[in-house]
Design a protein around this ligand. Sequence first.
Ligand SMILES: [Fe+2]
Ligand SMILES: [Fe+2]
Length: 629
Amino acid sequence: MKTFVSANKFVQIIILIVVGLVINRLLADLAIHLELPLYMDSVGTIVVAVIGGFSPGAIVGFLTNFIGGFADSSTFYYGTINVMIGVCAGIAARRGDFDKIYRLPKLLGMLMILSIPCSILSYFLFDFKIAENVVTPIATALHESGLPVLLSQILADFCTEIPDKSITILIAFALVRLTPRWFFKAFDSISGRMHEDRYQSKNEIHTLKAQVTTLLFVSSFALAVVATAVAYKTYSEAEIRETTLLAESVNRLVSDAIQSADSATLHEYIHNLEGKHPRILTITPGMHETGQWDVSIVCTEAPNPVCSKFSLAAIRISVMLFCTKIFSTLFGLLLAIVFTAILIANRRVVYPIHEMTEEMDHFAYDSSKGRRKSIKRIEGLEVVTGNEIENLHAAIIKATKEIDLYINKSEEQASSIAMLQMNIITVLGDMVEGRDETTGGHVKRTAAYAELIAMQLQKDGKDKDEIDDAFVATIAVAAPLHDIGKISVSDVILNKPGKLTDEEFERMKLHTVYGREMLLRASKNLGETTYLKMAKEIAYSHHEWWDGSRGYPEHSKGRDIPLSARIMAVADVFDALVSERPYKKAFSVDDALRIISEESGTHFDPEVVDAFLKNREAVEQIMKNKFEV
Ligand SMILES: [Fe+2]
Ligand SMILES: [Fe+2]
């Protein structure tokens, strides 16, 4: 099984084609042996088209008739029709019509349409008479009932094709179902299934492929038509010329006979000559005028005038029948060549390019592990085309390896810059808080609480529109700046040991406004970032109340307060409660959590409080670390 999957793709295709040919032959022979009025010669074609795509299907269709033609030459000329059966089955499989049994009638419909050109071909091949095959009895009966030959042929073919193709499709469906998955999978890249899945949104690739296929198909048809027309013209002219020469020599013979023979002998002699040369309609001594358009009269004057008549229409019809065979064979052969070329192009050009494009598509955005995997997959692609594609493959491997090294280096640098930035922010926050000598590791602890709450909300699926990994990461680095505005508040107020007067408190409240202004200035200089935006929201709104009753500076309420600030409010107040201040003792964790939970719905967002309360153990761990400076 593994050996088959890893075998050379061409060996796999050849095996598939041979299997298809054997199925076609066996079932067709079985139908003959059982004297069934069925052909049953395209089950293998359909199975191969479904498994390996329409190109191998078309090749099996052509080869079945080509090989069959050695035993019965009329089979040879139906190659084109069987190629088309392979193509139709391939298209049906690609559209998913072969996935469910109830979709099979669509393929049956396509094959029934094909039976019409097949009947017309039979009409030509059998000299405009009823074809001699399994439909002969039905077609003859229809013709005898008064229908024209062609119509009788079409109707009889239709009556036979419906059961024949229904049974064929059902057997093919069963065989495809019985085919092991690994066998099916080995042809994913050839049939186009792999690219279908990957490139659903990139219709242009399929459009281009469809355009090329249509162009080749139309070109083959045009080439076959032109070649047949040239053959018809050349051959019919040669035939007329040859028949004229024949008529002239016959005339000379008769002319000589007139001198030596009596009337009865002459009459018998002429009769014999007419029998020997069926092309010559009549041989008449004496001169005649030229008659109808489709009859040519050749006359010889000396020594005794003789005229022979032959039918131009008969010559043209016999040449046309010959040319039908040429057209049918040539078109079938061209199609088989086209589909072989498509198969090779898919294997050697389309498949490697698609694979490389797919891997390159997300390469730069992948994780380091993903990138390594992509490089391995690109290296593992079987690109042994010996041309520019192979060079491109080698170049892409080299480029991806270099890009990977470069991205790894950049990521390392970015992470050390981020670390540095984080340290600078924390130091900045500490400096601000440091002016208020009592606050200790407040900055780091509140950042840790805020991150903890955000993670819990994400876990609980709250505020899905807002909370994602980036939100959690940003709040951890934006929280340390929540009191940055205190830098503009006087040391006297900040470090006052007792309770603040109303006026002092009003001045203290302004740290929210100052904080936002400072960060606004930073945004102007550095450009707006998610980080600065969140830092502004936190600095400005971390003292707002959920019910809007006592918060500042805006008296915003509920969800008008940014989520980051609602989270910061709980983190900030909790840390203040459990910390000792000149004017108060530290509350116990129990008391602090009780106060926080009592103020849920008034001061704090209830969902944020719930998220905080769920993490008591982690909160105590953060407190234990203290982060004292
Ligand atoms: Fe504050
Ligand atoms: Fe604070």
